[in-house]
Design a protein around this ligand. Structure first.
Ligand SMILES: [Zn+2]
Length: 72
């Protein structure tokens, strides 16, 4: 149980997780595609929902959480 925690992630954004179309939405919030074209997907009720296909013309590979929904 010695401290093995920080400093092992070489990625610049360790919190960035890409969710692919068809995957179950883990949390409600606003997602955006990962190619930066500006497409967004807002999920307000994730119960049993899955990520939609990326919009036509979008060359991203999936969705990333941009803003988690406020917890209430
Ligand atoms: Zn896109």
């Amino acid at each position: 149980m010695a401290g093995a925690g920080m400093g092992t992630a070489p990625r610049m954004a360790p919190d960035t997780v890409v969710y692919h179309p068809g995957q179950v939405v883990p949390a409600s919030g606003i997602y955006r595609c990962d190619d930066g074209c500006g497409s967004t997907y807002e999920s307000t009720d994730v119960r049993g929902h899955r990520f939609p296909p990326l919009p036509h013309g979008c060359s991203g590979t999936g969705w990333v959480l941009e803003k988690a929904a406020a917890h209430r």
